[in-house]
Write a protein that binds this ligand. Structure first.
Ligand code: SF4
Ligand code: SF4
Length: 387
């Protein structure tokens, strides 16, 4: 084998970044989202700039571009290949890789529905069954007061027989509800409900997340799920699911094609939005579907993270969700979620050493919203990263 020719060929190979890899560059750093392996890598922005500059270049050209940084270039290439971010191939080989489309298509009239239940009754079943007829992918049922085991089982069985793809439940804590016993619904039993995705149990003594029988069980000490349970931004809630990432690129990840039906049948965008669109129990299916033509109702569907103050500078914007009800400036629909305690200008969460709030990194004005103070941010970062 002619080693020098092989080496020459390798030098002519081109850097190809796999199309399942999405770079989300923030103010301070970037997260690389690997949609296939469902994981993220945090890298400095200089790495992202390097990839942008060298993608589709040959190894030889790249070394020529960075003649004094061969060691760093090799380190970057090791990182790229070891983490399946990209590979060096010939032009011909690269043509065999299909491009992943970043389009987002939803087959549903409503992607998700939230239904509140105070007392489980035939009306509850009527609402759930009627929602199912509207071509809805996912339903969340929230019990606002006591939830009897029998009602939970009835509701789970009903949904199991309908055409929803997934469902989740939000329930108040009741020590006997999830115990294995005559009437208890054991977590083992959840395995019988393939559509069940997660259960959130509020007013629980602990805060913890468990994964059992392919279901996620979230225990939270929040006392009243209606007042406090929505819109919280935490790393644990980030999603690297491809559907979520693509939806983030085009639409609002919480409100896109969402419908909420209150315990008395009132229709809204979500439990905490102000505008009401009639009573679900009084409207025919076609009347409910007409709401999707109402611009007031659909406006929120189209507000994406790239349009949100502060979030548009955050590396997590594609994996995070976007609440439009709990926002920092209620008069400005594009303001940052108020339950976020991450500062993307210094890459620090509240509670971490050196944390400074977003508000301390800029100023708000009625006309232009949040304006970052770049000079001040540079000083804070200098202190943070150089100390
Ligand atoms: S927009 Fe906010 S309050 Fe409404 S459902 Fe989403 S997270 Fe909850
Ligand atoms: S700033 Fe907060 S809410 Fe906005 S994308 Fe980042 S983590 Fe999410």
């Amino acid at each position: 084998m002619d080693i020098s020719k092989l080496y020459q060929d390798m030098q002519n190979n081109i850097l190809h970044i796999f199309s399942n890899i999405i770079f989300s560059k923030g103010y301070c750093c970037t997260i690389i989202i690997d949609t296939q392996h469902k994981k993220t890598h945090s890298v400095p922005n200089s790495f992202t700039d390097f990839v942008n500059e060298t993608e589709n270049c040959s190894l030889e050209d790249i070394y020529q571009k960075f003649p004094h940084n061969k060691e760093i270039v090799d380190e970057y290439f090791d990182f790229i290949t070891q983490n399946s971010i990209g590979v060096f191939l010939t032009k011909l080989e690269i043509e065999n890789f299909a491009k992943m489309s970043h389009d987002y298509f939803s087959p549903y009239h409503f992607e998700n529905a939230i239904v509140d239940v105070r007392n489980y009754s035939s009306n509850t079943e009527k609402i759930i069954s009627k929602i199912d007829e509207l071509n809805v992918g996912y339903i969340q049922v929230r019990f606002l007061e006591h939830c009897a085991q029998a009602d939970l089982k009835k509701c789970l069985s009903l949904i199991n027989h309908l055409s929803f793809e997934f469902c989740s439940f939000v329930l108040p804590y009741n020590p006997s509800l999830l115990s294995v016993g005559e009437d208890g619904v054991s977590t083992e039993e959840f395995a019988n409900y393939p559509k069940l995705d997660s259960i959130t149990i509020y007013n629980h003594p602990d805060d913890k997340i468990e994964h059992d029988y392919l279901k996620t069980i979230i225990y939270t000490s929040l006392k009243d799920i209606r007042k406090t349970g929505c819109g919280a931004v935490q790393k644990e809630y980030f999603s690297v699911d491809t559907k979520h990432i693509l939806q983030s690129i085009h639409f609002n990840t919480c409100l896109y094609k969402k419908i909420y039906v209150s315990e008395s049948g009132i229709i809204k965008n979500c439990p905490y939005s102000m505008l009401e669109y009639g009573n679900f129990l009084d409207l025919s299916n076609s009347e409910v579907l007409k709401i999707t033509k109402n611009k007031k109702f659909t406006h929120l569907w189209h507000i994406k993270k790239d349009e949100i103050e502060v979030c548009k500078d955050c590396e997590f914007r594609l994996v995070c969700t976007d609440c439009r009800c709990f926002i920092k400036a209620p008069q400005n629909i594009h303001s940052q979620p108020s339950k976020c305690f991450y500062n993307p200008y210094i890459a620090r969460w509240k509670g971490e050493e050196g944390y400074v709030s977003v508000e301390d990194c800029g100023s708000y004005s009625k006309e232009s919203g949040f304006i970052p103070n770049h000079k001040k941010i540079a000083e804070i970062n200098k202190q943070l990263w150089e100390s």
